[in-house]
Ligand binder design. Structure first.
Ligand code: TXA
Ligand code: MG
Length: 308
């Protein structure tokens, strides 16, 4: 608990804290501190018009950071928060341009991880209580799902007052579902563990495919990408990395990166497997994509972008 209190103090003092969530690790700062937020952008090499998700500790704080929240957004929040779901809502005046890249909307999430929730609660006692946090990786690269991933990728860019909290491997392994809640019906901007099926249990999803105006992580062509070339649903050659469900045999002389026994484990191991290929200096990774809806849709979305 002391570590978490120290981390809350670091945030209050304008330093960065990388922390675990159930989806991926985030690189966090006080959402109201312009200098701290600008350090996140520069460490990640992230374009400043690419908005950050604001993390809060309880639904009661939503009114501080948003306006005109539709009833269905509260229904989603009540059902799936804390959890792997980000809601895009109209921002209140408290959310500054340096968080949203001048957009009038803000992405909000309550993460479902004990350390993240404790950190948010501690930070609420002494500071703004809102932590903006993109995934703790360089822009366009593979998201981190362990402490080691964050350390390897960002430690040289952090200073001695910044912290990385260790919460073990992220249980879900792919980023939150992003749902635009600024219209009459919710629209999925980035698929994740809160699937269209789960959203439909609360309110019908707008399935109109017209591209959205607002920017979403991964709406650039290449994203979530390792150095190795990612090839989808093709035959692996000797020396290629290989990732598929356990039931699919490893092609001759390919290097098995992971053998997940189901879709959940596929998502959980996905980014570690892509990173492992880079550690082994492999040139190519062949992935046999999981079929079906739900989390498999999110896995295919990330793999498609990793393969550009
Ligand atoms: O699971 C997650 O969502 C993780 C953990 C750390 O919470 N965070 C994460 O952040 O994936 P990031 O920055 O890597 O991807 C979030 C994306 C942003 O890149 C941005 O495009 C989109 O969410 N986003 C944020 N605010 C938005 C807004 N107002 N309108 C549209 N998209 C927004
Ligand atoms: Mg990211």
């Amino acid at each position: 608990m002391n570590k978490i209190k120290d981390a809350a103090i670091a945030l209050k003092n304008g330093f960065l804290v990388a922390f675990p969530t159930e989806t991926v690790y985030g690189l966090g700062s006080d959402a109201t501190n312009a200098d701290a937020v600008s350090r996140i952008f520069s460490i990640k090499n992230r374009p400043t018009n690419h908005p950050l998700i604001l993390h809060i500790g309880s639904i009661s704080e939503l009114v501080d950071w948003t306006i005109n929240v539709p009833e269905y957004a509260y229904s989603l929040a009540n059902k799936y928060w804390p959890g792997p779901m980000t809601l895009i809502l109209k921002r209140s005046k408290k959310v500054k341009d340096f968080v949203t890249g001048n957009q009038e909307t803000v992405g909000i999430r309550i993460p479902n991880h004990e350390i993240a929730l404790n950190l948010l609660n501690e930070f609420k006692k002494i500071g703004s209580g809102a932590i903006v946090a993109p995934s703790a990786n360089k822009f366009g690269k593979v998201s981190p799902t362990t402490y080691d991933h964050v350390y390897q990728e960002l430690s040289k860019d952090l200073n001695k007052n910044d912290l990385i909290l260790d919460g073990g491997p992220s249980q879900i392994g792919v980023e939150s579902t992003i749902i635009d809640c600024t219209n009459d019906l919710p629209k999925v901007l980035r698929p994740g563990a809160i699937s269209t099926e789960l959203i439909n249990e609360v309110i019908r999803v707008d399935s109109d495919e017209t591209p959205n105006q607002i920017r979403v992580s991964g709406s650039f062509n290449s994203h979530y990408a390792p150095n190795a070339k990612v090839l989808l649903d093709t035959t692996a050659q000797p020396g290629d990395g290989f990732l598929a469900l356990n039931e699919i045999a490893t092609p001759k002389d390919a290097i098995r990166l992971s053998s997940p026994i189901n879709i959940e484990e596929f998502a959980k191991n996905l980014y570690a497997a892509l990173r492992k290929a880079d550690e082994l200096n492999l040139k190519r990774i062949v992935v046999i994509q999981p079929k079906g809806s739900g989390l498999a849709t999110a896995i295919r979305d990330r793999l498609k972008k990793a393969s550009f």
